[in-house]
Design a protein around this ligand. Structure first.
Ligand SMILES: Nc1ncnc2c1ncn2[C@@H]1O[C@H](COP(=O)(O)OP(=O)(O)OP(=O)(O)O)[C@@H](O)[C@H]1O
Length: 249
């Protein structure tokens, strides 16, 4: 597989702060699922915002499909932790919004929106107001709203962190089947070891100093079993890493 994203010697600092990320190098293969994992405050969200083009690297470059990222683009779909749905619109209209903004004709958008709402399992709730939905359902709407615009890469910043454990597991399952279905290159920021192993082809481990500590390829068949012995081996390895990083603080 070709590399979709190449992060080359990227360093970053906010104007008022010392270095957040330093000499970051990694790549994301086309159609693969990559997670960025590391202790709190190490710069995971910053890394994702750089890939999205919301902020610019102080040094180094990020290439997506051979082009250097200089600004945000609607070819990159972003799902935030706080969702940013429109509470006054129903499910259908929330999912439709981006396509409408792009000026897509009504018949074309209706078909795409209905298909995407079906894919995230919300067909019955198409006309429901956002305020009537559970947290997990809102998260599905947020995913559908981003996916319907068919971005070439999906960027997820802790999308499930506000959900209860059971809903979270269920959405992880749904996300990975959507990923396999749509073959969408995906980068996820998470602080959950379990989530990273369950979902990822590759995990980028950031140290608390904002450097790439290790890149781990997860060599497990799908669907993955959390009770699998090899799953536990990865868990132990990552747990030890995070524990060690915490002790260094
Ligand atoms: N807009 C900003 N201006 C200045 N400093 C910032 C800004 N955003 C984040 N930071 C700082 O940069 C560092 C990295 O933040 P970032 O949110 O990228 O980390 P993170 O690993 O995603 O954290 P968490 O796991 O807690 O969400 C933190 O020290 C944070 O306080």
């Amino acid at each position: 597989m070709e590399n979709m994203v190449k992060v080359n010697q990227v360093s970053f600092q906010y104007q008022t702060k010392s270095q957040i990320l330093e000499d970051i190098n990694f790549s994301i293969e086309d159609q693969s699922f990559v997670s960025i994992l590391g202790p709190s405050g190490c710069g995971k969200s910053t890394m994702l915002n750089l890939i999205a083009g919301f902020i610019q690297a102080t040094e180094g470059t990020i290439e997506i499909e051979g082009e250097i990222v200089r600004k945000p683009s609607d070819t990159r779909g972003f799902v935030f932790q706080d969702l940013a749905l429109f509470p006054w619109l129903n499910v259908f209209k929330n999912v439709e919004f981006g396509l409408k903004m792009k000026g897509m004709p009504k018949y074309e958008r209706t078909e795409k929106v209905e298909k995407m709402i079906r894919l995230v399992g919300l067909s019955e709730y198409s006309q429901a107001p956002i305020s009537s939905l559970s947290g997990g359902m809102k998260q599905r709407v947020a995913l559908a709203r981003t996916l319907v615009t068919e971005p070439s890469i999906l960027l997820l910043d802790e999308p499930f962190s506000a959900l209860d454990a059971q809903t979270r597991d269920q959405l992880q399952e749904e996300l990975i089947s959507l990923h396999q279905n749509l073959k969408m290159t995906t980068a996820l920021v998470t602080h959950s070891i379990d989530e990273a192993i369950y979902l990822s082809d590759r995990i980028i481990l950031l140290s608390k100093e904002g450097r790439v500590k290790e890149v781990i390829d997860i060599d497990l068949d799908r669907p993955r079993e959390r009770t699998d012995e090899r799953f536990h081996e990865y868990q132990n390895r990552l747990y030890k890493f995070l524990q060690n990083e915490r002790q260094l603080q």
